[in-house]
Unconditional design. Structure first.
Length: 84
């Protein structure tokens, strides 16, 4: 349930950012509208590559954080148990 709630919250925030930028962007090309334009005009291979790079970067960062720090101990609530 928490993952689904986080996904919904992230999607709603990004959609809200897109709608806000769409109406007040002026003459500048903002990232959210340029990404929408890439998808709309068929530049999807570039978009797929960028999206894949972002997902892989986040996955690697999370894997490193879980191995370097005691992230699983914080999540499981057993962070201070090895000291005792």
């Amino acid at each position: 349930p928490a993952i689904a709630a986080g996904f919904l919250f992230a999607w709603i925030r990004s959609f809200e950012d897109f709608i806000r930028v769409w109406f007040v962007k002026g003459v500048f090309d903002v990232l959210t509208t340029s990404m929408f334009g890439m998808i709309k005009h068929g530049a999807a291979p570039k978009m797929n590559a960028i999206s894949s790079a972002i997902v892989v970067t986040i996955a690697v960062a999370l894997a490193v954080a879980m191995n370097v720090g005691n992230v699983t101990g914080y999540v499981a609530g057993t962070h201070g148990d090895e000291d005792e």
